[in-house]
Design a protein around this ligand. Structure first.
Ligand SMILES: NC(=O)C1=CN([C@@H]2O[C@H](COP(=O)(O)OP(=O)(O)OC[C@H]3O[C@@H](n4cnc5c(N)ncnc54)[C@H](OP(=O)(O)O)[C@@H]3O)[C@@H](O)[C@H]2O)C=CC1
Ligand SMILES: O=C(O)CCC(=O)C(=O)O
Ligand SMILES: [Mg+2]
Length: 422
């Protein structure tokens, strides 16, 4: 009898039936174009890898425009309940209006399900056009905090009663004098907590150890935002030293040794730690980090940062390895086992319905999902097929416009080619 149904978790271990039901959100804009291509590739790989023994059974759940048109709600409770129940889901991008209107549904999904890690690996596929000379030097994994920061949505519109009250409170109670134009300011609040930081950095360090990575960089703007971004840095070092002991060597430790015994001793301690395979935990201020990932990418490996920095860094790093068309991701709660896999890019509305954009980001998010389920044979098959297809220069518009001698194909044709090359 076929083992089918829900993916469950017990004692932190996933129990994946052979026919695993996976909820999906089709997404807005280019979402349907990409989803139809990606789902075929994922199904094809699972079929081929396991001769039909294993199967992904899709279960559609609604969010975004489709949900609004069918139910009058942008993010129905039923969608949250189903993902909560089925544990693992995959989604296309969802539109968020700018400067007003409803708040991001993508962010809401992460917050409602407490998917506190946004995991975005950035690696180069041979042959992909890139703006840098050695894109293969960029091999990083971003751990972006996914539930806090200014994404919490605590912000007040210029001129509103709330903003007037809050500004008056800050002026009267805290003697705040440097709101430059108090009559016409909007205000946003940036919560960053010890728990939020530590669970993110803990996940990043567990990942770095499991995957044999060399370093973890805490990216922050703690010189300016001392009690939010600066605290993130301090808590990050704290969790590394208190919970990971001799598996890590931190720049805090380096500074302590330098102060006590001098620079040579500190340098030796770091190189001994590297030779012993310890994870070097360091930090970088966000502005110089953005320069150094371009000029010296080999120095960075796993990266842990807050929500807004992580958003910017994700798209910047994606550019280095060929762009947002090939930038996968996952939103994960390592404690409950819940995860939603999704591309880094958005809905690219100008291309909606044209069967044009690159489906690789969602396909590679699916590869991450297969790996998460332990279906590594199917995952590897897709990765190899992407490598082979790009090497043959059969690509979508985004790569074709930057490649000599490329054959430009549509989204659906690229999926056909991937399936052929499985
Ligand atoms: N997680 C999510 O669901 C996300 C949702 N969004 C939302 O998406 C909407 C549009 O956002 P926007 O800032 O324009 O960013 P997008 O990522 O949607 O698109 C920006 C540009 O990136 C390129 N691009 C995007 N997707 C692909 C793809 N699959 N293949 C090839 N190129 C691609 C296109 O570049 P070119 O023009 O050069 O061809 C496109 O014009 C907004 O409402 C935003 O809030 C944004 C990010 C994430
Ligand atoms: O939610 C959105 O609309 C944008 C989200 C985003 O840019 C991201 O998650 O990278
Ligand atoms: Mg983004």
């Amino acid at each position: 009898m076929t083992n089918e149904g829900k993916i469950t978790v017990s004692n932190g271990v996933l129990n994946v039936p052979d026919h695993a039901t996976v909820p999906f959100i089709i997404g807005d804009g280019t979402g349907p174009d990409i989803w139809h291509a990606a789902s075929r590739v994922l199904e094809g790989a699972v079929e081929k890898a396991y001769n039909g023994k294993r199967k992904l059974v899709w279960k559609e759940v609604l969010a975004g425009e489709k949900a609004f048109n069918e139910t009058g709600e942008w993010l129905p409770q039923a969608t949250l309940d189903t993902i909560e129940e089925y544990l693992i889901a995959i989604k296309g991008p969802l539109t968020t209006p700018i400067g007003g209107g409803f708040r991001s549904l993508n962010v809401a999904l992460r917050q409602e399900l407490d998917l506190y890690t946004c995991l975005r690996p950035v690696r180069y596929f041979e042959g992909v056009p890139s703006p840098v000379k050695r894109p293969e030097d960029c091999d990083m994994v971003i751990f972006r905090e996914n539930t806090e920061d200014i994404y919490a949505g605590i912000e007040y519109k210029e001129g509103s009663d709330e903003v007037k009250k809050l500004i008056k409170f800050l002026q009267d109670e805290f003697n705040v004098k440097n709101i430059r134009f108090p009559e016409t300011s909007g205000l946003g609040i940036k919560p960053i907590s010890e728990e939020g930081t530590k669970r993110l950095v803990r996940g990043a360090l567990n990942y770095a150890i499991k995957e044999g990575r060399k370093s973890l960089t805490l990216v922050h703007k703690g010189n300016i935002m001392k009690f939010t971004e600066g605290a993130f840095k301090n808590w990050g070092y704290e969790v590394a030293e208190e919970e990971f002991g001799d598996k890590v060597f931190t720049w805090n430790e380096y500074d302590r040794i330098k102060e006590e015994k001098g620079t040579d001793a500190a340098n030796k301690a770091q190189s001994d730690a590297e030779a012993a395979g310890k994870i070097i935990v360091k930090d970088s201020i966000a502005d110089i980090f953005l320069q150094q990932i371009l000029t010296r990418p080999k120095e960075f490996d796993v990266v842990a940062t807050m929500n807004l920095n992580g958003d910017y860094v994700s798209d910047a790093l994606a550019a280095q390895v060929g762009g947002i068309g090939i930038a996968p991701g996952a939103n994960i709660n390592y404690l409950t086992g819940h995860a939603i896999f999704e591309a880094t890019h958005g809905t690219a509305p100008k291309y909606a319905g044209l069967d044009k954009v690159n489906p690789s980001s969602v396909i590679l998010s699916g590869v991450m999902m297969l790996e998460h389920l332990g279906w590594n044979e199917a995952a590897d098959m897709i990765t190899k097929s992407i490598e082979k297809t790009i090497a043959s220069k059969v690509v979508t518009y985004d790569f074709a416009r930057l490649m000599d001698g490329a054959t430009e194909v549509k989204t659906s044709e690229f999926a056909d080619e991937l399936i052929k090359n499985l």
